[in-house]
Write a protein that binds this ligand. Sequence first.
Ligand code: ASP
Length: 438
Amino acid sequence: MNIKVVKFGGSSLADAEHFKQVASIVKADPSRRYVVASAPGKRFKEDVKVTDMFYECYEKIRNQENIDELYAKIVERYNSIIAGLGLDFDINGELEYVKSAMQHRSGRDFAASRGEYLNSLILAKYLKFDFIDAENVICFRDNGTLDEEKTNEMMREELMQHKHAVIPGFYGVMPNGTIKTFSRGGSDITGSIVARAVDADLYENWTDVSGFLMADPRIIDDPCPIKSISYRELRELSYMGATVLHEDAIFPVRYAKIPINIRNTNRPQDAGTMIVAEHTEIDSDRIITGIAGKKGFSVITIEKDMMNSEIGYGRKVLEVFEDNEISFEHLPSGIDNMSVVVASDALEGKRDKILATLNRAVHADSVSIEDGLALIAVVGVGMVKYRGAAARVFNAISNAGINIRMIDQGSSELSIIVGVEERDFNNALNAIYSEFVK
Ligand code: ASP
């Protein structure tokens, strides 16, 4: 029988009604055997995530403030879930223990991780699944990075002994026994680790949207959903700001070639988005998979006569950025000039130094910094096969009366990146979207 690993995000486990919905999803398919749970998320827009309340408790304790009132809200969140489910389960002893451990300085990550720990205890009870504490199966190294192989082995060994289990997301253990969390949104990573360990046929990631959209709905009116996207395309899009999944969640399942299905807990009838190793077929009507973009880039342009014939010029330029700990995004260049595109934030407090050191290092004829660049990535493996994809991107932008400031196309032809003035950003995105989709 095939095995599915299902991860539910915070909004899918925010209250008793959502727990019921989660249980009906899990029970609807007997292959959904391993469940990874987040902490209770927001129930409404102004609500506070339980993880954030735990972080606040930690800060208050550090500042020697009283946490009774705040902690009572956490107690109430869990107890209202239990009451709403009509569960015969007393979690107050656990809650007392957590409070006292925090007061005895058990650390910031310990505090943050308790959101998923407590929620998973309740979910395991409700589903009648076993509970496996992530601290016994997810291991970090001394330097704080995940020990993938050890984790995979321990997780696999443990899960083999359970037909059904709930595993809390977001945290694991350091070699010295203390709790360590992933970065925010890290339950996605736990789900991916579990899927790899049991060699799952599918990793279902249940959230509050029906998968990825082809573009940001705040900019494009009612964008189409993406049915299928490859891991590589997804990386290009998320790098440019499209988010639904924690970026690091891809790695554990990617090598095992396990597909991820992003699904909507509130609309289980929607197929969602499949993230796959390779597309099996490319829709000829849909040669692009998605468009994403970001504002806030700067271009540093270095000009020097005969630059192209000077060996080592590029290295010297890049060394200046390396010495200043600035990573560059793109490197468009001509025969006598080279431009380095960087996030404007990274230049803060370093502008004068960069200009001076560049001048000194490469004896440029001129060096300038221009801010206010927006980058747009048009992503799709389909573009490789179709003649004229790039021309269509550029035409669409220029027909909208927008000037293209920069073009970058990797040889993989997975994406075309264009740079435009920030004020043209929304119009350029709309122009490209209409060209390819509408
Ligand atoms: N609860 C954690 C957070 O809010 C982790 C997660 O939900 O994935 O970031």
